[in-house]
Ligand binder design. Structure first.
Ligand code: ATP
Length: 425
């Protein structure tokens, strides 16, 4: 078996898409008499600054020989890749290996590419060691992603699907013509096996990209049949070609278990802590709070729900000091960008100044360690009053809505969480 890995062929401004290149390459393999077994769409570490959009890399599993595979990949890539864009740095890797039996070091490289920041030399050294064919253009940074895509079948054990419909190529750059009502209806029928097709609250067809490029829509789900059936019910401009990819989207494979005090920029974590400051909405609508280690008061991190996470921010604003959480998200500049969180326990009471038994007004502090006194009646109390807190949250998992979901983040509706879930759709 031959595995072809591809990455970094598109440009943010001009809009290509490595999935399109992979689809064209699969067609070229077919025309050359080869068979394509699988197409993989792998999302790598979303914290990578070089990414154009979603840090995707692609792999094709085929029976064509590796030399011919490299020739075909180069022939497809060279005319399509946006190599003039200084940010585009394509790479192709071809492995003469069974996809499930690549060397352990290659599978480990994939896991690291999803969870850490790597250097192109890491890829080049391993490529030499494994004896894989490869080509790079404009620096060839794309070989990191291409090699990670090659190792992914062996490295990963959770797979989802994306069915992508492509535009007629000369329409690229013009507004997409998609009947949104048909998208919402089809999405409703296929939910929850197909997820993140639309955002019902924002009334947004999230399966239709905004960026320039050849994709009309991409339908994601747990089942290949469901995603292609859903796509078949969407009314749109002519679909030139389609492809269904196996992907690691919606799996949370980028998250690692972490501990406060031990978190590093450029990585994404699942971490426990206690809310240490009431949530605060700052300029731009971003909501911040501090999470601390309950056993080490000085060990803490700021968590943020950014403005584009929309209604998720109301969940964050409902948190109170003392709530116990598990938070998930990427750490950058020492701040954890929330993707989801679980409420483990809610603080149910708070202490307030006591009420004066004579006049019913709130008593004032009488000074440090001196209890409380009513200014009007002179009554005093030694300790504060404990009152019940009205809470707008329940225990369990809360998440950003589909319109703000990272490709790799697992929607709660997919299940497998360790507490009740409150899915957004
Ligand atoms: P495209 O559709 O072109 O794939 P993209 O949003 O997926 O767009 P790329 O243009 O591929 O982003 O840019 C990502 C770059 O980062 C690639 O060169 C890839 O090889 C590299 N890369 C991927 N994962 C890592 C990582 N963990 N550490 C460092 N570099 C990485």
């Amino acid at each position: 078996m031959t595995i072809i890995g591809l990455d970094d062929t598109d440009s943010r401004e001009r809009g290509m898409c490595t999935t399109y290149l992979a689809t064209r390459l699969a067609e070229a393999i077919d025309e050359a008499g080869g068979a394509v077994d699988r197409r993989l769409l792998i999302r790598l570490n979303p914290a990578v600054e070089h990414k154009t959009r979603g840090n995707a890399a692609l792999a094709i599993h085929t029976d064509i020989d590796s030399e011919r595979a490299l020739d075909l990949a180069v022939a497809e890539l060279e005319p399509l890749a946006e190599v003039d864009d200084p940010r585009t740095s394509p790479g192709v890797v071809v492995a003469d290996d069974e996809p499930a039996a690549v060397p352990d070091a290659v599978a480990e490289f994939t896991r690291r590419a999803i969870r850490e920041l790597l250097d192109p030399t890491d890829a080049l050294e391993l490529l030499d060691e494994a004896g894989y064919r490869h080509r790079g253009w404009a620096g060839g940074r794309g070989r990191i992603g291409a090699l990670a895509a090659v190792g992914s079948w062996a490295a990963l054990d959770q797979w989802t699907y994306e069915h992508i419909a492509y535009r007629e190529f000369d329409r690229c750059g013009t507004p997409r013509d998609v009947d949104e009502d048909s998208v919402f209806e089809a999405a409703e029928c296929a939910y929850p096996d197909a997820w993140d097709t639309v955002d019902r609250v924002e009334a947004q067809a999230v399966c239709v990209p905004n960026a320039p490029g050849p994709i009309i829509y991409g339908i994601r789900g747990d089942d290949a049949r469901v995603v292609s059936d859903l796509a078949g019910r969407i009314e749109s401009e002519p679909v030139e070609r389609t492809a269904t990819f196996l992907t690691n989207q919606g799996t949370d494979v980028h998250l690692r278990d972490g501990a406060l005090g031990d978190l590093r920029d450029g990585r994404a974590y699942r971490v426990d802590g206690t809310v240490a400051s009431d949530p605060e909405t700052r300029r731009g609508g971003h909501v911040f709070f501090q999470l601390r280690d309950p056993n080490a008061v000085d060990t803490h991190i700021d968590c943020v729900a950014f403005e584009p996470t929309k209604r998720f921010r109301d969940r964050v604003r409902a948190l109170r000091v003392g709530d116990d959480l598990t938070v998930c998200g990427e750490v950058g500049s020492g701040t954890l960008k929330l993707e989801k969180f679980a409420v483990r326990s809610l603080r149910r009471t708070e202490e307030t100044n006591p009420t004066c038994p004579e006049c019913g007004r709130s008593m004032a502090s009488a000074g440090r360690d001196q209890g409380y006194r009513c200014r009007d009646c002179g009554t005093s109390r030694s300790s504060p009053e404990t009152v019940d807190l009205d809470r707008d949250l329940e225990t369990g998992w809360y998440e950003v809505p589909p319109c703000a979901r990272r490709h790799i983040a697992k929607p709660l509706i997919r299940g497998g969480f360790d507490a009740p879930v409150h899915p957004e759709r």
